[in-house]
Ligand binder design. Sequence first.
Ligand SMILES: Cc1cc2nc3c(=O)[nH]c(=O)nc-3n(C[C@H](O)[C@H](O)[C@H](O)COP(=O)(O)OP(=O)(O)OC[C@H]3O[C@@H](n4cnc5c(N)ncnc54)[C@H](O)[C@@H]3O)c2cc1C
Length: 435
Amino acid sequence: MILPQYDQRCGWYELLNNVSDFPELTNDIDVDVLVVGAGFVGCAAARRIAENRPDDSVLLIDALKVGQGASGRNSGFVIDQPHKRDLESNDELLKEKIVRLNRVAIEYLETQIERFAIDCQWSRAGKYQAAVGARGNKLLDHYESLLRKNKESFHRLSRDELREVFGTEYYTAAIHTPGGALMQPASLMRGLADTMPENVKIAERTAVQSITRKGPGFEIITAKARVSCRQLILGTNVFTAELGYMADRILPIMTFASMTAPLSDAQLRCFGGQMDWGITPADHGGTTVRMTQDRRLIIRNSYRYAHDYNTPQDLIPGIAERHRDAFIARYPHLSDVSFEFTWGGTSGLSGNFETYFGELEKNVFASCCDQSVGAARGTISGMMLADMASGLKTELLDDMKIVSGKPSRLPPKPLLRVGVPMRLAMARMASRSEV
Ligand SMILES: Cc1cc2nc3c(=O)[nH]c(=O)nc-3n(C[C@H](O)[C@H](O)[C@H](O)COP(=O)(O)OP(=O)(O)OC[C@H]3O[C@@H](n4cnc5c(N)ncnc54)[C@H](O)[C@@H]3O)c2cc1C
């Protein structure tokens, strides 16, 4: 069984101060609900089920420390707009539902952040989708037409306006959508864990090794303890297959990010003074760039088929070089800025772009394959799994079921190991102007 590993390279996590400790589970325990995986899905599910059922006991466990998984190592965009295939869909109602669900997730996160004063660089900065050259502009025109069709508000910016914000002439045009948020993901995940309701117990560094149905409930084995529970919620994303569910349906794809050292006052001079912005590329295969509130730039690009889910360390120097190239192409005048961290993380895609949400078997609930936009989608999925497990019937839950589906069965792994890298290489070639 493959378990998550932490590689000590994720800048977001490594920069945290005073990380709290939730001890590993060492004694057998009987709880009403076990939530496995403390990412966006698991944290939202644990909180919501505890709110729904204050008299029930909830155990949230993770193989790693909270914040070390993909939810703590992403680029920190909490996106309200539909993504990729969903955005292209002709089903207007479906898109409306996705936007509404994502916005409920953003509100839910924001409410916790404000209520508990979680210090995670949260900002309603929205998102820039930026183009490089003629091909990028064309893709941006298409994106603009979709936003118009969806009656979403946006603002298109010229090269001159962009230079003012991003400190570079690299981008030819961009569209700003105001609905999303930016954050420091590891701080957010730690903050969410530290402020769970009283009926939620957390155990970190506690990996589930097996799940067995026992009578009306389940027996779960970890390295040092046995957990009995009535209901099980899996927020384990790509690792769900290792626990015996959704095998051959989750495509684990890794992407990578690098973070610079903090910029000095002199290095910051080329920027217009806005300290939290984020750019996603007009072509999805391109490079994401972010400025953080603590003066660092983040570069994210490159994809890899991650058959073993974790980051092979020998890849990191090559990836850091690619990130450096993307950085220097945008900021030749900042060539003295060094990278402090480079890391990878794995998210779940599916062959037919469907995201799974639902009851896998009686009293086992899960959400996975969020197509790599899990900050909002994972949060709303976790909330709705909790409502489903609590027997609630709401319009939001109905919408969640409508926007989700069943990921298609994938070809056997040996074929994926040949075919997926080829597809990724072709996508990289096609979008090279945006990398
Ligand atoms: C570099 C990068 C940039 C990204 N940028 C963005 C972005 O800007 N915006 C966005 O929305 N998304 C982004 N994503 C994707 C996003 O991070 C994921 O979609 C999201 O984190 C998925 O959340 P999750 O809760 O489903 O799963 P995860 O965060 O993967 O959580 C699963 C948890 O389960 C635990 N687990 C697994 N197996 C076991 C076991 N056997 N026992 C116990 N625990 C277990 C893991 O340790 C992990 O903590 C990015 C991803 C990467 C890697």
